[in-house]
Design a protein around this ligand. Structure first.
Ligand SMILES: [Zn+2]
Length: 387
């Protein structure tokens, strides 16, 4: 996926945008910026400073395409905002499918020292534009959820802190209000968004860009694309992220968000690292020479990549992580499989076994692979199945 995102960014251009090369990555890859409009409100948006987070780049390009194609929006924004977008700030990381740049540096912890060329490029873009607003776009790990029962986060937003005392400066207050406004609108226009727009939980990180820009007086907004079950390509999160930016730009252009409150921001559900199971298959029958019983299987996505920071979905395995009565165990999805029988013996079922190696016999006698069954059950994920 990494290479194709790089290709898409390198080939992108729009008639409405002023396009320029703003520098090169450590390994010499071109980093491009696209600027639109001549309005007073300045907005800087960048994506994929973490190379293995491609959803953010695709969402940002969706925003540029929308501005390019939607005449009404173009008219609304053109003289109200000046938007500079930098899709794919970390092309070297993108090629490697790695969070960090080619030097092994996390660009989002390099806002003060500016050791990496990519961090220097972002800081130069800020110095040139002096943005009123900044959109900092990421993908988050798969197991983040909002409520209890755990509901996968569609997107999480944050107005980062800009000091250890959690002070609400004017810049931070504007960001909080804009996020509250955006969340409210996404609830209405974005399919399945209700309860899944979260407030990202974070502490002050002086070396991060959002926190640094906030301290410099820019209202910074972090958006993290989440992962919905059955949507490893994160198409839902991509759509929600691009809609969040578009709603934000409209609100900035029309001064629509100032009536929103910090309390509304605070009351968004918190984005939590979910420690439970992803799915429970309930009531599987096991018959072998030693006994007959029914058990629930708890399934969790397990990373198979050797890089601990590499969490994009194409390097996972669905494994059995619990067996027995799981009626009181938290899980994102539950699927009743009464009437299904394990093909094999109790020895084929153990903690850590791959679901792709388990075969179940359906009530009609047909055999189905457990991994395939799970994929089929999560593909049409909707809120009713979270219970
Ligand atoms: Zn990130």
């Amino acid at each position: 996926m990494g290479n194709s995102v790089l290709d898409i960014v390198q080939q992108w251009s729009g008639k409405t945008f002023r396009e320029e090369s703003i520098g090169r990555s450590y390994e010499g890859r071109d980093i491009r910026a696209f600027t639109f409009g001549d309005g007073r409100a300045k907005v800087l948006a960048w994506s994929q400073m973490h190379g293995n987070e491609p959803t953010s780049t695709l969402a940002l390009l969706d925003v540029l395409n929308r501005i390019e194609e939607d005449k009404t929006m173009k008219k609304l924004l053109r003289h109200s905002i000046t938007l500079t977008a930098i899709p794919l700030l970390n092309p070297d990381g993108c090629i490697r499918h790695d969070r960090r740049n080619a030097q092994g540096i996390d660009i989002n912890r390099d806002a003060q020292s500016l050791i990496s060329p990519e961090a220097k490029i972002l800081m130069s873009a800020w110095e040139r534009l002096h943005p009123d607003f900044a959109y900092n776009l990421h993908d988050q790990e798969t197991r983040y959820t909002t409520l209890y029962p755990p509901t996968p986060t569609l997107i999480a937003m944050l107005a980062p802190e800009c000091s250890h005392d959690k002070a609400i400066t004017p810049a931070r207050e504007r960001a909080m209000k804009l996020i509250a406004h955006t969340a409210k609108h996404l609830d209405n226009i974005c399919d399945g968004a209700k309860g899944r727009i979260a407030r990202y939980d974070d502490v002050y990180t002086p070396t991060a860009f959002g926190d640094t820009f906030m301290q410099l007086g820019t209202s910074s907004i972090l958006i993290e694309a989440g992962s919905m079950p059955g949507d490893p390509e994160r198409t839902h999160a991509r759509a929600a992220m691009s809609m969040a930016i578009i709603k934000g730009l409209e609100a900035i252009a029309q001064h629509q968000f100032e009536a929103n409150t910090v309390q509304e921001y605070d009351s968004l559900p918190l984005n939590k690292d979910f420690d439970g199971l992803e799915m429970i298959l309930e009531g599987i029958a096991i018959h072998d020479s030693l006994g007959n019983y029914q058990a629930d299987l708890g399934i969790r996505r397990v990373k198979t990549s050797c890089n601990p920071e590499d969490f994009i979905d194409d390097s996972h395995d669905l494994r059995v992580m619990n067996i027995g009565d799981l009626s009181s165990t938290p899980s994102i999805i539950r699927t009743k499989l009464n009437g299904y029988t394990l093909k094999g013996t109790h020895k084929d079922l153990y903690i850590g076994c791959k679901t792709s190696e388990i075969t179940l016999v359906a009530p009609d006698g047909s055999c189905i692979n457990a991994y395939t069954l799970i994929e089929n059950n999560t593909r049409d994920f909707d809120s009713d199945k979270t219970k």
